[in-house]
Design a protein around this ligand. Structure first.
Ligand code: GLN
Ligand code: ZN
Length: 768
């Protein structure tokens, strides 16, 4: 029996990588300093695993921004627009890399970033590879090889983790018509072979190919290519031990394909799909070992040792211990780093903490499970087992978790509660009578820059260095300044700026019952951005209003409309660590009722426009199509429950980012928000087509500029995008807004961009 990890968290124990990247980007530190930080993080990860006793330690799981972008650079799939940077002698490979990730606006160059999208059904974002017809590939970045060498120098014969060739292609996007990206495999495979050759020359014995697409719906063509690609790799490298890793879903109808690949180890996700174990054990040939992904890489609950040992025992009995590997279900990239850092009992009570495990603890769980299964547990491990059992048992009956009133309210919620009073066509008229908005109304998505100062106030307040009153005063001034500035530049629907919020989910979780928090439970979201998801451990309800104070204050300052700003139930669910002791749908309904209470209270306080953000609705989609409908039913219903307690004249907005809506446009329409704002600029309004084809009846604000990049768009660019939007959506339905909230941007960029945006809207409206 052997233990291994599919990958480690890489942001660093104290988010060192975030800080190092941001300092490098702002020109405050040198590239060498950044590289030093990166190297240290890898070293720490390797050492941690070595000391814990992990048998096979991964390398190349580290990345400065994103592992898919790393692969893109490794195989030299550099889009044309970056060639100038690539050709510059003064620019390093890392400058090129970051330009691709973040865009480049310096010297005489002005280049947009590559697209970003969700990594399967997680809240991690990857940089989408761009493919042209006949896309050439070549070994460009040596990163995979140099990481292997530095692991070797650190005394680890590591297992390089590489995105499998099929998964890499399937993650990419065809940037022109007339070809199928899968056909690029003929150009791509030779580069993979070259990489493997180099790795083998340097002494690599193991390779892990991540092929999560094996858990998804595949075309016949993809299946055939899977066969031929892995056969070719096997032919060329008969000695190399190859692991194919699947995760986030069961193999289902791809089982016979996956188990017939000529590789050494198949990794399966038994957290997401525990029922597949029997079938897989029956299907795999003698030559194939099985890696059991039993420790949840995506949640923070302690592993149930007794249950896991049952899985291991079954596997050992069926295929023999030599062929069994034990691992977390997926890369620990999606887990926070170390529960031991949670030392403040006021933040995370010991009773809840005892139920939890972060990446470091999970590594020890994997090792302990092996020892227990092999009958080699020492006193310490037996002790750990006893504690594990105790924690698992007392969680089942804890009075912290169960609240009968909440369960009763969920039970009596009916379809009626999920229904606005009148259909949209009627509401639209009533709303316009009250709101009196111009054509192409301008608005923003909610947050304004969270400056250093704003963050410093919050941290001082938390440390007790500012009184509640002082903190409140500072936030009020910032809010007022933001309201005045929006008035001044002529935005139509104002926002208060969300300065009081640390994070759009945490802020609500902190005020809802049933949520717990961590101090250091950070998980990478994209690039240097991290999120600290709340932990939903118990039945959820809203003890008191959460946002009324700020929305009411902001509205009191101005004659213009101020939009109330809430996070929707599906997003709160999706971006939290959730209970694994009841269905997600039930937890979601509890949250929906809590948000509904808030929406109703905002209305009572005189707020006429209320936005319920649901950026995560699409990423919550099951990876298999056959399971979509069931999810969409409860997800859309949850949104509607939250939004339907108000009068017709109250305008409900929703917002979503990075959304490809083609296949769920009916469900988006079923949400029946009066206005939806969406991400559109990076795709040049392409994403809007789904709404046009559907003849989406409600109002839409397709983002006219990309807020994920520091680049300031010109007025002309935005007019151009607006015209593109107008070509497919009737003007009366359109709003003008950025792609998403502005909290990560600086004020100077924001000011320039929004002034241009308002001008763009006015110029476009003047045509009517
Ligand atoms: N209202 C939020 C904000 O502006 C929305 C953020 C999001 O969609 N991710 O920050
Ligand atoms: Zn957004």
């Amino acid at each position: 029996m052997q233990t291994h990890l599919l990958g480690s968290p890489r942001i660093g124990r104290h988010r060192e990588l975030k800080k190092a990247c941001e300092q490098y980007w702002s020109g405050k530190t040198s590239l060498n300093e950044l590289l030093e930080t990166g190297k240290n993080i890898s070293l720490q990860n390797w050492k941690l695993q070595q000391e814990a006793g992990i048998d096979l330690i991964p390398c190349n799981d580290f990345s400065y921004y994103d592992q898919v972008l790393d692969m893109t650079l490794s195989v030299g799939a550099i889009p044309e627009r970056y060639q100038e940077i690539a050709a510059r002698k003064s620019a390093s490979e890392h400058d090129l890399y970051f330009a691709m990730a973040r865009g480049y606006q310096k010297d005489d160059l002005d280049i947009t970033a590559m697209e970003m999208t969700k990594w399967f059904d997680t809240n991690y974002h990857y940089i989408v590879p761009e493919f042209q017809k006949d896309q050439p590939f070549r070994l460009f970045s040596q990163k995979i090889i140099t990481e292997f060498i530095s692991a070797k120098q650190a005394g680890v014969n590591a297992k390089p983790v590489i995105i499998g060739p099929l998964t890499y292609l399937l993650l990419g996007k065809e940037k022109e018509e007339g070809f199928d990206k899968l056909d690029l495999i003929h150009n791509l495979l030779p580069v993979y072979i070259e990489i493997l050759k180099e790795l083998e020359n340097h002494g690599a014995q193991w390779i892990q190919f991540d092929e999560p697409f094996l858990g998804l719906d595949l075309t016949e063509k993809a299946k055939e290519i899977y066969q031929s690609v892995y056969s070719e790799i096997r032919n060329q490298f008969p000695e190399l031990k190859i692991i194919v890793a699947t995760y986030f879903e069961g193999l289902k109808d791809n089982l016979s394909l996956a188990s017939s690949l000529p590789v050494d180890v198949l990794h399966i996700d038994l957290v997401r799909s525990p029922e597949q174990l029997d079938e897989v054990l029956n299907a795999i040939p003698q030559t194939l070992s099985l890696s059991l992904g039993i420790v949840d890489g995506r949640n923070i609950w302690k592993n149930d040792f007794e249950r896991s040992l049952g899985f291991i025992e079954k596997a050992v009995n069926t295929i023999g211990s030599d062929r069994v590997f034990i691992a977390p279900s997926c890369s620990l990239l999606h887990s926070p780093f170390d529960l031991d850092l949670e030392t403040n009992e006021n933040t995370l009570s010991p009773e809840i903490k005892q139920w939890m495990a972060f990446a470091k603890q999970k590594i020890h769980e994997v090792v302990a499970l092996k020892k227990l299964a092999a009958g080699k547990a020492d006193y310490q491990v037996l002790q750990q087992y006893a504690e594990n059992k105790k924690a698992i048992d007392n969680r089942k009956i804890s009075s912290l978790i169960h609240n009968q009133a909440v369960k009763d309210r969920v039970d009596i919620t009916t379809e009626n509660d999920a229904q606005r009073k009148s259909p949209f066509s009627m509401r639209k008229e009533n709303q316009q009578n009250v709101l009196q908005l111009p054509l192409f109304p301008t608005t923003t998505i909610g947050s304004f820059p969270q400056t250093k100062e704003v963050r410093a106030w919050r941290s001082k307040f938390k440390k007790g260095e500012l009184t509640a009153e002082q903190y409140d005063d500072l936030l009020k001034k910032e809010t007022e300044r933001t309201i005045r500035w929006q008035e001044e530049i002529g935005i139509d629907v104002l926002v208060h700026g969300e300065f009081e919020r640390n994070d759009m989910v945490e802020y609500f979780g902190e005020q809802l019952a049933g949520f717990a928090f961590t101090q250091n439970g950070w998980v990478q979201s994209y690039g240097s951005r991290c999120v600290k998801p709340p932990v939903i451990y118990g039945d959820v309800h809203r003890p008191h209003p959460m946002t009324v104070y700020w929305s009411h204050y902001a509205q009191s300052l101005t004659q213009k409309w101020v939009k109330g700003m809430l996070t929707g139930p599906v997003t709160i669910l999706q971006w939290s660590f959730v209970r694994d002791d009841q269905p997600r749908s039930v937890t979601c309904k509890q949250i929906a009722l809590a948000i509904r209470d808030e929406v109703n209270d905002l209305e009572k306080a005189g707020i006429r426009i209320i936005q319920i953000d649901e950026p995560a609705i699409r990423e919550g989609l099951p990876l298999r199509r056959s399971e979509w409908q069931q999810y969409l039913e409860w997800a859309v219903e949850a949104f509607r429950i939250s939004a339907s307690g108000v009068e017709d004249t109250t305008q409900i907005h929703t917002h979503m980012c990075y959304s490809e809506f083609n296949d769920i446009i009916q469900n988006i329409a079923d949400m029946d928000a009066d206005v939806i704002t969406i991400e559109c600029s990076r795709s040049q309004m392409e994403l809007l087509q789904a709404f046009a084809d559907f003849k989406y009846p409600n109002e839409i604000g397709p983002g006219v500029y990309d807020i994920h990049s520091p680049r300031v768009p010109s007025k002309e660019e935005m007019i151009h995008l607006l015209r593109k939007a107008q070509a497919v959506i009737p003007a009366q339905q359109l709003w003008v807004n950025p792609d998403c909230g502005l909290k990560t941007r600086h004020w100077d960029e924001t000011e320039k961009a929004l002034i241009a945006m308002v001008k763009a809207s006015r110029e476009a409206a003047a045509d009517f």
